[in-house]
Write a protein that binds this ligand. Structure first.
Ligand code: HAM
Length: 379
């Protein structure tokens, strides 16, 4: 799904939440020519839900599994891994409450990172639902008691608007007080506790290791039950490669039917920072076509086109350089095969294939060439 970069400001006030830092401090919101309040989107989830509701997708897709890619904008202090314009890969599932889908979504996030060769730690928590959350908020306020006044200004505001947000605080002086606060897991209702136990047992079945963290409330207001993040190593303070969770009331809240949802978003710039060194090296092409003599050039260009169409990355030289200088370039390009086309090859409809590693040369018919090169690749 591709949603617009600009949305109404109220979508995020309602979706992401009035009490979040994103809405309070980080949105690029402005009044447009028609007098309407609009904003560059700070995240994808409310837009995905808006589109799902607006187009009544639940009718065609009772269980919708969607993804989106694109730029997001947050007015934050730029530093390594944190930018004002960044890109998210966003994954959302609408319509399934079963904990098996939570584990499936998390498994997919793990598979993505492992395919990229990135090591990461999975952290999970459950923040409860609309039934048990109020009890937890009350317990937080009660535990804070008089000490609210010792917290930073943001936390004092959070204590009145949304006490859960206090766990987002990074101010060092506040940490000893926050560390002593109650844990959401101890306040879950029976249904939320069963759900969380289900998520954990599905993760165990996938043999996915995780760490429980009661502080993982995540900085967005729509979450219910499962929240999770995957943390990278060596990234400094901005170590969340991806984060997500369940949001069972958001679709209804944004005017849709009562449908649960779950998803995550990965920060593409952070994934790139976390990629292993070798992943930055460009892969060499499959073959380099060398034309011997004037007359071979047109056929060499057609051969290059045909191999590219057959899915083989193929290089060729320009400006009619000498055979010697083409071969030098072929050598430097790191390709596995040099394909030589001269008068003899043209006459017999063959190509001389030189395997660079061994220096071995053989004639291969034009028709069999693409298959021959592909087979050599899997050797
Ligand atoms: P989020 O945790 O705010 O969640 O962002 C997800 C990911 O986006 C982060 O883990 C990080 O990799 C990346 N990210 C966030 N801010 C920045 C930034 N300023 N610069 C670079 N990367 C950044 C969400 O956005 C939710 N919509 C995720 C979700 C989807 N929950 C349910 N479905």
């Amino acid at each position: 799904m591709r949603t617009p970069v600009i949305e109404r400001e109220e979508l995020f006030a309602k979706g992401t939440g009035e009490s979040t830092d994103i809405v309070q401090k980080e949105m690029y919101a402005f009044t447009d020519k028609g007098g309407e309040r609009i904003t560059l989107r700070p995240e994808a989830t409310p837009s995905m839900v808006r589109a799902f509701v607006e187009h009544a997708l639940e009718q065609d897709l009772p269980c919708a599994k969607l993804y989106s890619l694109g730029p997001m904008f947050r007015y934050e202090r730029p530093q390594k891994g944190r930018y004002r314009q960044f890109h998210q890969l966003d994954v959302e599932v609408f319509g399934i409450a079963d904990p098996a889908v939570d584990a499936e979504v998390i498994e997919m996030a793990c598979a993505l990172l492992s395919a990229l060769g990135i090591d990461a730690e999975l952290v999970i928590n459950s923040v409860g639902c609309e039934a048990c959350r109020p009890r937890f908020s009350e317990a937080l306020i009660a535990a804070l008691g008089e000490r609210v006044g010792e917290l930073c200004g943001d936390c004092q505001r959070r204590a009145t608007t949304n006490p859960l947000r206090i766990f987002d605080c990074k101010v060092p002086a506040d940490q000893p007080i926050i560390d002593g606060l109650p844990h959401s897991e101890d306040f879950l209702c029976d249904a939320c506790r069963d759900h969380f136990a289900g998520v954990k047992s599905h993760l165990d079945a996938y043999a996915i290791p995780y760490r429980l963290s009661h502080r993982l409330v995540r900085g967005l207001d729509y979450y219910t039950r499962t929240t999770f993040e995957m943390l990278g190593t060596g990234l400094g303070a901005q170590n969340a490669l991806l984060g997500g969770g369940r949001y069972d009331h958001l679709v209804k809240r944004l005017g849709g039917p009562d449908r649960p949802g779950i998803g995550f978003a990965a920060g593409l710039e952070r994934l790139v920072l976390a990629l292993p060194e070798a992943a930055g090296e460009a892969e060499a092409a499959d073959a380099f076509v060398v034309a011997l003599g004037e007359t071979a050039w047109p056929a060499a260009r057609l051969l290059t086109r045909d191999l590219r169409r057959a899915g083989l990355a193929t290089l060729i030289d320009y400006e009619g350089r000498s055979a010697k200088s083409q071969m030098k370039r072929a050598n430097r390009s790191g390709v596995r095969h040099m394909l030589i086309l001269g008068d003899d090859e043209l006459a017999s409809n063959q190509v001389t294939v030189k395997t660079m590693e061994t220096g071995h040369q053989q004639s291969v018919s034009r028709e069999a060439l693409a298959d021959h090169l592909r087979a050599a690749e899997t050797d």
